[in-house]
Ligand binder design. Structure first.
Ligand code: UGA
Length: 436
């Protein structure tokens, strides 16, 4: 099929490359010309496992091309997929300006019959509002995405499910688009556009809810001198609860959970439904993001000026260079504001972080975890659980830190291993503090 994907961000780029891999002829459209130029050279502007190799493969096969001008697209394109961003507005609702800009261009340029697919995460009812704008030759469907950053290519090609919303003719075209995956046995779920739109928010809100739930219990555990590891074991053996997305830590970040949870609260309020516990998910997350700063203040009895604090990990999760809503930034901003000097390292996000703090000489970025340790630290923080930190020798860490405390925001080490290694001070989330 001839397919155009609008928006070469993380969802659009991964989807475009993967649809080409499935054998479709894809044009990836983005207004950002420098991004298009990079992609034409086979360079991925984002770090995503397997993406650059697949990009080069589909470029070589001739199945992927690029454009930054909608007027020049072929009229033979039968599926137009909108995957532009829907960032949060100041009130938490989704900014749909990029989505509507593509819709208006499609109305202007597409002359024949075609399917318009909304892949961007949009408030419930947006599909219907767009359907009322477009002419009868354009069919409209919703097709939300459930990709995770870091494993997006694998998630696309081996999805748990494909969710599509729309009327029968639109669904039939989407079935053809996804046929290679349907043949592999991936469940293809069709429903109304509103249900598909709400399903996307529901999935992200429930996952975020699990994280905030365990984080709130971890706050209680810290106060009540219980151990979240034991509670985790005790509750997750119940198959009705399950053991995924219940890892305590310093809060969720990224481009999706924070934005989608806030948008769902707005959606509920807009139709007169009390968002109830949905409103607490984000509030608990915000308070959890203060964990590092409050633990450090407690340990140093508020005397922070002039301290040198190391950071291992900056990205909002391992496997990505994405810093959006990363918990590390909340801690770093608070510490810098209190006169602390920061020495940081992330395996992928150093470059993005240096750009964010370009004006600030109190933070420096080093090229390895070891390099941070030789900087005579007053404390070390782990903000992202990259495997190389989890694999780091605790004996080496003990010697390097000496009396400096370790604040482990991602519970990378068991309390037993910390005790065996004999670290001076170890603070972790929801577990008793350790000192030798
Ligand atoms: C999330 C969803 O998992 C995807 O299904 C969805 O498609 C995507 O949003 C989206 O809407 O596009 P992503 O933002 O890539 O994917 O990241 P996750 O792997 O879900 O992690 C989100 C955050 O939760 C991270 O900061 C991570 O550290 C945190 N987390 C995750 C925890 O704190 N504890 C856990 O147990 C799991």
């Amino acid at each position: 099929m001839l397919v155009a994907v609008y928006g070469a961000g993380y969802v659009g780029l991964v989807s475009g490359v993967c649809f080409a891999k499935l054998g479709h002829q894809v044009t990836l459209v983005d207004v950002n010309k420098s991004r298009i130029a990079m992609l034409q050279e086979g360079i991925s502007p984002i770090y995503e496992t397997g993406l650059e190799d697949l990009l080069q493969e589909v470029l070589a096969s001739g199945l992927l091309s690029f454009s930054s001008n909608m007027a020049e697209l072929s009229q033979d394109i039968s599926v137009h997929i909108i995957a532009t961003g829907t960032p949060s507005l100041p009130d938490g609702s989704a900014d749909l300006s990029q989505v509507y800009s593509v819709v208006h261009s499609l109305i202007e340029h597409v002359k024949g019959e075609a399917l318009v697919v909304i892949k961007s995460t949009v408030p419930v009812g947006t599909g219907n509002a767009i359907a009322a704008l477009i002419n009868e030759k354009l069919h409209l469907a919703s097709n939300p995405e459930f990709l995770r950053e870091g494993s997006a290519v694998q998630d696309f090609l081996n999805a748990d499910r494909i969710v599509v919303g729309g009327e029968a003719p639109a669904i039939a075209i989407l079935r053809e688009l996804y046929q290679p995956l349907i043949e592999k046995g991936l469940p293809f779920l069709s429903m109304s556009r509103q249900s598909a739109e709400l399903a996307k928010y529901s999935a992200n809100a429930l996952l975020a809810c699990k994280i905030s739930f365990i984080n709130q219990i971890s706050q209680l555990a810290e106060k009540l001198e219980a151990n979240i590891d034991d509670i985790h074991r005790a509750i997750t053996l119940d198959p009705r609860i399950g053991n995924q997305f219940l890892n305590p830590g310093i809060g969720y970040g990224g481009s999706c959970f924070p934005k989608d949870v806030r948008a769902l609260v707005q959606i509920a309020e807009a139709v007169g439904i009390d968002p109830g516990f949905l409103g607490s998910i984000d509030r608990i997350n915000d308070s959890q993001k203060n964990w590092v700063f409050s633990q450090i203040k407690k340990h140093f009895k508020n005397a922070l000026v002039g301290l040198r604090i190391g950071f291992w990990g900056l990205a909002f999760k391992p496997g990505t260079d994405d810093l959006r809503e990363a918990s590390s930034l909340v801690a770093i901003d608070a510490l810098l504001g209190s006169g602390v000097k920061i020495i940081a390292y992330d395996p992928e996000a150093n470059e993005q972080a240096s750009a964010r703090y370009a004006e600030n000489s109190d933070i420096q970025f080093l090229e390895s975890a070891e390099a941070v340790l030789i900087e005579k630290l007053d404390a070390l923080v782990i903000a992202t659980e990259w495997q190389e930190f989890k694999d780091f020798s605790l004996l080496e860490l003990r010697d390097a830190l000496s009396q400096a405390p370790l604040f482990d925001g991602r519970n990378c080490f068991s309390l037993e291993s910390i005790e065996r290694a004999g670290l001076a001070y170890y603070y972790s989330v929801g577990r008793p503090h350790f000192s030798s």
